[in-house]
Design a protein around this ligand. Structure first.
Ligand code: CDP
Ligand code: MG
Length: 667
């Protein structure tokens, strides 16, 4: 019997593989397979343009493998987004009938799912950038495909310069630059007039509808539109573009509530969220075919614009916004803001509805808005971000002359200067702009320079164990605690336990991690304390990796749990740029480049309002909020960063009222 059942599973696997092989042949790119391989053989660099869903990402690496390129080295395919790298790798391993992580794998920050066997490697653009540090000529690769080039992420832009450079002395290396939009000329020009290979896509007509008047609340409008489509329109799945996890969760919840009472006449509505932090096991759900008689609605971030193709979408709802990082080089402040999208994005979004048949796109803005208010293209990230991380990476690659680096679009010189200044203040660079020992150590960590500096500084304060835990907890972002609607009081109390003694948010995170570690990483403990076990496991993974890197930079792991000031000083060593002082009205003022900010209501210090604080990040919602806040002694700033702060910066006299007598006497 056992043999029989084995036989059966093998058959099932074979059938799936055969079906997938047939499916591969139906993709638009299939007809161009041989022509494409010929072009790759002939030219070193090729720009490939093709409509989203034509098969670029999943097929080209397989074609290259079939043609023998993987016998000479790995094929790398970079993606701007983690989720895309993971999900595409999973798909391709299925198509090839191999186990994910064997012949086909992926590599994203803090997660390496590859092995000795891996020949096709999907990875984030940031990870390939980091691989240059260990292997500056990418000797292990025969082909590098920079995919989704049109997204122009910071890492992709830097990769352009680096791969263009190594291609000159590695004539055997093939470079493919692939993009979903038609402005391929620019890529071609940059890569010394590389030939452009166009893959004509299938695109059915898309009917675009606009609202008559601007919408006051696009979340509301999106929900109403989803329900209208569901009730009045023929079968076909819906794709809605939202700006982030929070919005997606809100819409998910409201939709579930509203569809509950619709009765049996209305078909079922399956709600599938997709965003960067969605747990892996839930990500596959968006690709499942919709059962007959029901409809799927995918609530997605920008990730579904070009990175992921979901079959069966017939209706697109486009509120016209996305979250975008913006950076003010003058103040050094970086923030994530909800911004109108570009015309190019709007057209990509609309196109998602016309892949398998005629589609409809509902824009929740007016046609006047579209014509007059939307920019043509999104500004490349390199022109609107803090460059400290990139500058540190380039410096560790031995690239000193950043002004003359071969950028496709150079960053503002003000932003470059600011990055150099910041790295100098963090002691990562010396006054000649050269990498210091501290800087070299910092570059080993796949973290923002401020976080890596805090880790490197923990050596001095003999608290590396604690600081690594804090850094890992900060790296998983905002998803540690949860608050079920019916148990908010319990959840809040559980949370307050970690803040005992008003230790501040950083130490509270440390308390959470250490308490969990004491229970031997118990899942039950997480449930009892309203903590997301998934996030904690991720923090533990990150921490394990940081610990591995500590060995590389020769920092001893030691614990100093009772000396909270030592831990706070290590944090300050990385984050002294982020200091703020209390004002009379309860707001705060950042010390350098004064700006009014507030403690985020979720902080353990929100009621306490210490005089001086240091914060992890600023988030702009209704106000400019500091998130993850810890109290600080102002003299630490001068002690730790004497080149950045002078006594007059931290002199409390300005805001302190002198006792009457004293004040007079001084006059
Ligand atoms: O890269 P491009 O947009 O040109 O297309 P692709 O990502 O290679 O997608 C080709 C096909 O694979 C599409 O029909 C997708 O629906 C399918 N696919 C999938 O089923 N699951 C994934 N994780 C990725 C792609
Ligand atoms: Mg693709």
């Amino acid at each position: 019997f056992e043999d029989d059942s084995d036989q059966e599973t093998i058959d099932a696997k074979d059938i799936l593989k055969r079906e997938l092989q047939d499916e591969r042949k139906t993709l638009p790119i299939y007809k161009f397979r041989d022509e494409l391989l010929k072009a790759v053989d002939e030219y070193q660099v090729i720009v490939i343009v093709g409509e989203t869903g034509s098969g670029k990402t999943t097929q080209i690496p397989q074609y290259l493998h079939e043609a023998g390129y993987t016998a000479r080295g790995k094929v790398a395919c970079t993606q701007p987004r983690r989720v895309a790298a993971m999900s595409v790798a999973a798909r391709v391993s299925q198509e090839m009938g191999v186990k994910l992580g064997h012949e086909v794998g992926y590599s994203i920050r803090f997660e390496d799912c590859t092995s000795e066997k891996t020949m096709i490697k999907y990875m984030t653009d940031g990870m390939l950038l980091r691989e240059f540090l260990g292997e500056p000529d990418l000797a292990g690769y025969s082909v590098v495909m920079v995919d989704e080039a049109h997204e122009r992420t910071l890492s992709t832009d830097i990769l352009f310069g680096l791969v263009k450079d190594i291609a000159r002395f590695r004539p055997d290396l093939k470079l493919l630059i692939s993009s979903a939009t038609l402005d391929a000329e620019k890529f071609s020009d940059y890569f010394d007039s590389a030939p452009i290979f166009k893959i004509p896509g299938r695109r059915y007509p898309v009917e675009v509808h606009y609202t008559k008047a601007p919408e006051a609340d696009y979340i509301d409008a999106a929900i109403v539109t989803i329900l209208q489509i569901h009730v009045t329109q023929p079968p076909g799945d819906i794709l809605v573009f939202l700006t982030g996890q929070e919005e997606i969760e809100t819409v998910d919840e409201i939709l579930k509530h509203k569809t509950r009472g619709l009765g049996t006449k209305i078909p079922e509505l399956n709600i599938c969220p997709i965003y960067a932090n969605l747990p892996t096991e839930l990500q596959a759900k968006i690709f499942e075919t919709t059962p007959e008689g029901s409809r799927k609605v995918v609530l997605a971030t920008n990730i579904a614009e070009t990175s992921l193709t979901i079959d069966g979408i017939k209706y697109v709802i486009d509120p016209g916004f996305c979250k975008i990082k913006s950076y003010n080089p003058r103040t050094g402040m970086e923030s994530l803001l909800i911004n109108p999208i570009s015309k190019a994005s709007a057209n990509q979004r609309a196109g998602r509805s016309g892949r398998t048949g005629p589609g409809k796109c509902f824009r929740l803005y007016t046609s006047y808005n579209y014509m007059h208010d939307l920019e043509d293209n999104t500004v490349p990230e390199i022109q609107r971000t803090n460059l400290a991380n990139v500058v540190l990476t380039l410096k560790s690659l031995g690239i000193h002359d950043l002004v003359n680096f071969d950028f496709m679009d150079p960053p503002p010189s003000e932003a470059l200067l600011k990055a150099l200044e910041q790295l100098f203040a963090l002691s990562a660079l010396n006054s000649r702009g050269e990498l210091t020992k501290t800087g070299r150590r910092m570059a080993e960590f796949p973290l923002d320079p401020m976080l890596s500096k805090m880790i490197v500084a923990s050596e001095k304060y003999k608290c590396s164990d604690e600081v690594m835990s804090i850094a890992s907890m900060l790296s998983i972002g905002n998803s540690i605690f949860y608050r079920p609607k019916d148990k908010q009081v319990h959840a809040d109390n559980a949370r307050l336990n970690f803040h005992t003694g008003n230790v501040g948010d950083h130490i509270a995170l440390l308390n959470v991690y250490n308490s969990w570690r004491e229970t031997d990483f118990s899942t039950q403990w997480c449930y009892e304390n309203y903590i997301q076990v998934r996030s904690m496991k991720r923090a533990r993974d990150i921490r394990d990796q940081l610990e591995g890197l500590m060995e590389r930079v020769e920092i001893e792991v030691c614990s100093n749990a009772s000396d909270l000031d030592a831990i706070k000083k290590a944090i300050t060593s990385g984050f002294f740029h982020h200091s703020a002082r209390l004002q009379k009205n309860g707001s705060y003022r950042t010390v350098k480049n004064p700006q009014t900010v507030f403690i985020h209501p979720s902080s353990g210090l929100a009621q306490l309002l210490p005089r001086w604080v240091i914060y992890h990040e600023l988030v702009l919602t209704t106000k400019e909020y500091m998130r993850q806040v810890t109290e600080l002694k102002p003299e630490w700033l001068v002690e730790i960063a004497p080149h950045y702060y002078q006594l007059k910066d931290v002199d409390d006299a300005g805001s302190k009222k002198l006792p009457k007598g004293q004040g007079r006497a001084a006059l």
